[in-house]
Ligand binder design. Structure first.
Ligand code: IMP
Length: 176
């Protein structure tokens, strides 16, 4: 995307340090217990793969895909499940892993939805949180970084499908 201006916000080193620390916290929290770690596709795939490698306990990997944004940078407020879990979470400890919490609508929907499937517990981890953008009361158990309301890309996050492969987080502005 040549008509976009990227300004780095969180470096690769800062991300890796934060993910490592979160992994240690989660290792202590789930010591000797099995967890089902749910990756919310697509944006969480990079954070997810780094975080689960930093958690030293038995992890079962599951994936969900939801849509709320389409190709726009504004939340539609609607959450639709496009890909669902393949296994049961009944009586399991669930760790729901999100890239970013913006309005909180997606995470709230997923938490409520998963709670209906009888898990032993549901905890949430998000790399990024925009506290100023929250539209619903949405508690996140483990947050990497709190950021402003600006749109960000990289480390799994996209703008119109681009920039997911950046190893760092950047703010993005249109030059046109
Ligand atoms: P929420 O439901 O408004 O909290 O939005 C959650 C989803 O919106 C995230 O999982 C992202 O896919 C997307 N999103 C929100 N803010 C950004 C951003 O700044 N950059 C890229 N994607 C974002």
């Amino acid at each position: 995307m040549h008509n976009m201006n990227l300004s780095p916000l969180i470096s690769e080193e800062e991300i890796q340090k934060k993910v490592h620390n979160m992994g240690q916290t989660l290792t202590a929290k789930y010591k000797d217990q099995q967890i089902v770690a749910i990756c919310v596709l697509k944006g969480s795939f990079m954070f997810y793969s780094d975080l689960i490698r930093a958690i030293d306990t038995d992890v079962i990997c599951e994936y969900m895909a939801v849509s709320s944004y389409g190709n726009s940078s504004q939340s539609s407020g609607e959450v639709k499940i496009n890909l669902d879990l393949t296994g049961t979470i009944r009586d399991r400890h669930v760790l729901l892993i999100e890239d970013i919490v913006d309005t909180g609508l997606t995470l709230n929907f997923l938490k409520n939805h998963l709670a209906m499937r009888g898990p032993r517990s549901v905890a949430t981890a998000a790399l990024l949180l925009k506290p100023g953008a929250l539209k619903v009361d949405c508690a996140v158990d483990h947050v990497g970084f709190e950021i402003s309301n600006d749109f960000v890309v990289g480390y799994g996050l996209d703008y119109q499908g681009y920039f997911r492969n950046l190893p760092y987080i950047a703010q993005v502005q249109s030059l046109s």
